[in-house]
Ligand binder design. Sequence first.
Ligand SMILES: *Cc1c(COP(=O)(O)O)cnc(C)c1O
Length: 461
Amino acid sequence: MDKTNRRSWAEPFKIKMVEPLRIISREERERALAGAGYNTFLLRSEDVYLDLLTDSGTNAMSDRQWAGLMMGDEAYAGSRNFYHLEAKVRQHYGYKHLVPTHQGRGAEHLISRVLIKPGDVIPGNMYFTTTRLHQELAGGTFVDVIIDEAHDTESTHPFKGDVDLKKLAAVIEKHGAAKIPYISVAATVNMAGGQPISLGNLRGVRDLARKYGIKVVLDATRAMENAFFIKRSEKGNEGKTLADILLEMCSLTDACTMSAKKDLLVNIGGFLAMNDDALFEEARNLVVVYEGLHTYGGLAGRDMEAMAIGIEEALDLDYMKSRIGQVEYVGNGLIEAGIPIVRPVGGHAIFLDARKFLQHLPQDQFPAQRLAAELYLESGIRSMERGIVSAGRDKATGKHNCPKLELVRLTFPRRVYTQAHCDVLVESVIEVFRRREKIRGLKMVYEPKYLRFFQARFEPL
Ligand SMILES: *Cc1c(COP(=O)(O)O)cnc(C)c1O
């Protein structure tokens, strides 16, 4: 029962400070987009009206968090804010040891270096860009073991982030447990559309891992949003708090990497946390080389304070209802208009199905990249490609990886945009959909070596 009897997803906060937005003309947008090589990552933020590029570090902090910044203890070693953060991570994530890092990929780098040997195999529920790259740089190979439904944009499976335990067992049988340093489990699964993993499935993963003596490492970046879906849709969890569920999820794993720029309502930060003393020892040695001393990990004391406060705020059920409610509001508006999107709507984003949206474009003409560009031209809304460009090239053959999913991601910063902004978004997507047949493809004219989606440039065909 909702103790407050609030009937909608209305936000449990009000606006105290505003940041002006402007929208530039269609001609200026055309110029800006051409200048950015049709890559929304290369646009200037000033030229963007609604910025739905990412939910990473784009959150609005609360008055408490801003006050927390003033409480920053900027000592080089042993900052008070580190101990506050450590206590909150222990309380809510449950791991024994904390290693702060400047953001999520810092944590991924450390754990990949410590645990992965050349030739190792890391199974996981769909790759994430930086996670997989760090695994590969350490000499490992990522193997996807997510359930098939995750690749089907129309399947309404409530936990499309689940691991296919048969696939996982087959990978372990094939390569042998000695070649598998850990199972990489994300909650929610970003690349599948912010789709959650169920507690039951995570328990299954843990049981299988135990049987073979393999570790489980959780990408906890959006684990709190995942906990909300478990509470709402997984039988037997209705009565639990988000905090209960988060703790239970983490207890099924050995360690986590965390990008605090998502769930934790801050603009920068991350951490690695684990139970194993030896792993902690090594990570603590390495963090000094790559991030900073183990009590700040590349962060200012004030950043750690804002994270510690954000942990409590993000576990508030009314907050989380408004967070997920906003994304679902847009999703429902698009579904009603017949726009092809990934179903069910995920936690942090709406994903337009560019294959279905721009049916006339073959995948090597970058339909999702094109659709993201078109939405910007239409109304100054910035989204991003999650398809063939993001998937990069095959290490062995050098060919494009051709993912089944060719998506445009509309990602929602937390506590930033209003319901009227959401309406503008829905109307704009509908307008582009109406004239979709006239939209032509792109060719890639510049391709960086790593994570090419960030800096690649395109021209219209
Ligand atoms: C953002 C993200 C990361 C990487 O974190 P950064 O803070 O961007 O370095 C890792 N995993 C997932 C699922 C993410 O969304």
